[in-house]
Structures are given as C-alpha cells and as structure tokens.
Design a protein around this ligand. Structure first.
Ligand code: BES
Ligand code: MN
Ligand code: MN
Length: 480
C-alpha cells in the first residue's frame, strides 16, 4: 500500500475514534499522579499501572524499572516506576525512542480552577480541561493511540518504537539519568533518534519543532536564628529576624526588570551573532499571544525579539516561595524563627551548573556577611538540569517538518523553549550524540502548571495524526 493510502486510512480512523481517545485521556487525568507531594505517591504508581494496562492491550513488550527510593517531606518514598516499552524489532526499520512523563503538577480547585482539575471537562470550543491534559498525559497517550490505530487497521508499523515513560519529571527526573546511562548500550542500543512530546506551540495556531531548552538550577536559602517563633511586640526591634534577612537577600538576587544581580552569572552565556539573531526574525510570535496566555499585559520587553531571547537564550532568576513564613489570613504578630526561600535560575549554553552554584553561594554568603546578622544562613542547590540544544538539519527534523506540512499544511517554526526537561541532554549524550527532537502537541496558551490547564480537542486529534505521519516519514527519510 502506498504511503498516502496508509495515511488516508489512518487519518480517517483517528477522526472516527476521537471520542474513544478522549475517553482514554479522561481516565488518565482522573488519576492525580502528583510527584512532588508524598500523599499522592500511590496515585503516581496507579498511573504507571494504568499505562501498563494499555501496553498489555497493545502487545507492547515492557520492563518496569524500580529505581529505588528518595527523601520527600521528611519521608523515604519509593520512586515511581520508569516504564520501558518496546514495539517491534525489525532490523530493516529505524528505531525511534519516545519519551514522556506521566506525573503532573499539583492542582486544587481552590487555586481558581473553574472545574474539578481531576475531571476532564470539554467546553463548547473543544477545550479539554484537566491537570495533565497537555503536560504530559495527552502527548504520551497520543503515541499509544497511534500504535492502536495501526493495529486496528492492520497496517504495518513503520518503525520500531522504544518507549520511556517516567513519573518523576516534574520533580527533577530522579533516578532516570542513571537508568539511561546504564541502559544506553542495552535497552537503548538500537535507537536511531529520540523524540519528546512535552512542550507546546509558541502561539495558538502555528505548529513548531523545538531544538533547545533551558536548564534549571533550583536553590533553597535557609535563614534561622531564634530557637522558636517569637512575639513581635515583645522581641521586635531587639532580635535579628530571619525574614528580614531573607527579604534583603532576595532583593539582591534579581532586579524587577529581570536582570540577575549575581556577579559573573552572565560570563559563560553564548554571545549573540547575526546568524542567530536572524533565526528569531522569521518566528511567528506576537506579544498579544503572550498577553492572552498570561491574562495580563505585564510583559517586560519592548519587542517580540527581546521577549523570545529572554525566554530562550538568556538566563533568568525567579523567586518561587517561602517556607516557614506566616501565610494564613488575618494579622498574626509573629516573628518566624526559621524561613526557607526558594528560587531557581534558568540556565543557557554554556553556563555550567557547578559554576552557577558556586557563584550564587559565594555571592549570597558575601551579601549575608554584610548584614552582620547573628542568624545563620545556608544555601543549597537541590537540583540542577543542564540546558540542551540540538541540530535542526538532521533527518529527524526533516521528517518531522514533512509530517507537520502534511497534517497542518504549513511549515513549522523552529523554536527553542525556556522550560526544562532534565533528561533531554542525557539522552543526547548517553546515546552517543543521537539526535533529539521536541515535537509538541499542545498550544502556547494551554496553561501547563497553571489553573485551568487544557488541551484542545483539535490539538489532541491532530497530534495523533502528526505522530503517526512523523513515524511514517521516518521510515522513508534519507539518513546520510
Ligand atoms: N513540559 C515541561 C517542560 C517545558 C516547559 C517545555 C515549558 C517547554 C516549555 C516539563 O513538564 C516541566 O515542567 N519541566 C520542569 C522541570 C523541572 C521540574 C526540573 C520545568 O521546566 O520547570
Ligand atoms: Mn512536561
Ligand atoms: Mn511540567
């Protein structure tokens, strides 16, 4: 059968089975597989089991990798299983590794969701609301839907597929780096290239292929002093207050215009040249799309080019939160005895995580010393993932671009992203420089990590078509 016949049948099948696919996503999002909260750990395991159920149904060979334990909220917890799947092993076909994650960010209705975050709700515009819909359950199920469609249609699957689904991505992918390195010459031996669907279009209408991500170094800054919380009427003005020290140090990290104040932090950032600048000029992106995505117009930069560069190729520092501070409603006159500030730095080529930690720690220690405070300060980098860049002239990108053109009738933009997927670079390096591609399913306004996260029905369904078409293209692409 010719390729166009295969795809025609496949598209028809996918269109006819939309509701079945949505039902499958509905089941998946109903499992609150939150990886960063110990009380949901059983649900993360339940989610892994649910996926294994589909692997079995589809005849995917699989290994369930137990990668040990870790510490969270003062407890020792089993790390979620890493699922390795294998579908087909024809030596005449290429072998594609797809990676995705089945854990999600936390969500509470009270955060401002319009609907229950753990129940898929479709609105009149075909938006499928639920935590994990776009990040990353829709995409991982997308791959499984493709396998099922080919089976049901009795079509020959175009490639050998290797699958790696993990349940710890939102918490730094603990355990996965080691597994990839250990299995590089075994389970992942025959892999020709890697595809990850765990990002989003830049805007809401035009598909993209993504070839870069920022890294992230996450810090905890602990200030402690008094042995217990104190009454501010009795002790205010007479003791060094940890919150005051912390607020001061926070203000020394980053300016309100986004400029990072840590000396030397920009030293290793790759300089911008004309060739790179030109790549930004053709990208379809308007500030209006950014403003729509954030429900506000408070962007920092004057023009789109600067916005994209600050998102993709410059580092940034964000202040995330405070542990130990009074945060309930009302007016409690307390002096907290110990506070922990959390912040992270998004890193770019060629920043080095060890150097970032050293510069940050040395600087905070120096600034703290200037306060002559009798409190104690401790800085700790609790997780560091490196930035990643790929080469877009590889056949993997050529195949993906062709697939986009077939499904969406437009050439994709080539984008980078500001977010992080810690194992992207690990795959690239551990598999001996095999090409890695990011092939997004969702849109820029999907609200991953935010309230009312959604995936549009059309992105989900066209995403399944895109994944299948991409694998079909891979089968024929010239690889020299
Ligand atoms: N899907 C995101 C990564 C992402 C975000 C890609 C934005 C493109 C644009 C992923 O699930 C994620 O949230 N990653 C974390 C990683 C961190 C916990 C190490 C992130 O970027 O904060
Ligand atoms: Mn994700
Ligand atoms: Mn995420």
């Amino acid at each position: 059968m010719s390729d166009s016949n295969v795809l025609e049948k496949f598209y028809k099948y996918v269109d006819e089975n939309q509701d079945h696919y949505i039902q499958r996503l509905r089941e998946a999002v109903a499992i609150p597989s939150v990886s960063c909260d110990a009380s949901y750990r059983k649900d993360v395991f339940r989610m892994g089991d649910w996926l294994i159920g589909i692997f079995k149904k589809l005849g995917i060979d699989y290994n369930v990798e137990d990668v040990g334990t870790h510490e969270l909220d003062g407890q020792t917890l089993e790390l979620p299983n890493i699922l390795l799947g294998s579908y087909g092993n024809d030596p005449n076909k290429k072998t594609i590794l797809v990676y995705g994650h089945y854990d999600v960010q936390p969500a509470l209705k009270e955060d401002g969701w319009n609907t229950d975050p753990w129940e898929l709700v479709e609105d009149s515009q075909g938006r499928l609301f639920a935590r994990g819909s776009t990040d990353d359950k829709g995409p991982i199920i997308g791959w499984l839907n493709v396998i099922e469609a080919y089976q049901k249609l009795g079509l020959e699957f175009p490639v050998n597929l290797k699958i790696c689904f993990e349940g710890m991505e939102e918490s730094g992918s603990e355990g996965l780096d080691d597994l990839i390195i250990r299995e590089a010459k075994r389970y992942f031996k025959d892999v020709d290239c890697v595809t990850i669907s765990d990002n989003y279009w830049l805007g809401t209408t035009k598909p993209c292929l993504t070839y870069g991500l920022r890294g992230v170094s996450y810090f905890k800054l602990v200030i402690s002093g008094p042995g217990r919380d104190l009454h501010s009427g009795v002790f205010g003005g007479t003791v060094h207050e940890p919150m005051t020290d912390l607020a001061h140090l926070f203000s020394k990290l980053v300016r309100p215009d986004g400029h990072i104040l840590i000396p030397g932090i920009y030293d290793d950032v790759v300089e911008l040249d004309e060739t790179e600048r030109n790549t930004y000029k053709t990208i379809s992106f308007k500030h209006q799309e950014l403003h729509d995505a954030i429900d506000s117009d408070n962007s920092i930069h004057e023009n789109e080019l600067d916005t994209l560069m600050h998102r993709w190729r410059h580092p940034s520092l964000s202040l995330h939160g405070l542990e130990g501070a009074f945060s309930a409603p009302g007016a409690k006159t307390v002096i907290p005895a110990k506070v922990t500030g959390k912040f992270s730095i998004r890193t770019v080529p060629h920043m080095n995580p060890d150097q970032v930690t050293k510069l940050t720690t040395d600087y905070l220690e120096k600034e703290f010393a200037k306060l002559s405070s009798k409190n104690k300060m401790k800085v700790e980098c609790i997780h560091a993932g490196k930035p990643w860049l790929s080469s877009t002239d590889h056949w993997n990108y050529v195949a993906a671009a062709k697939a986009v053109e077939k499904v969406f009738h437009v050439k994709p933009d080539l984008t980078r992203e500001g977010g992080s997927i810690p194992v992207t670079l690990t795959f690239q390096e551990a598999l001996g420089g095999k090409n890695v591609l990011l092939l997004p399913m969702g849109r820029g306004d999907d609200g991953a990590h935010s309230i009312n996260e959604k995936l549009d029905r059309s992105n989900y369904i066209n995403g399944v078509k895109l994944f299948g078409t991409y694998l079909q293209e891979i089968a024929h692409i010239k690889t020299e």
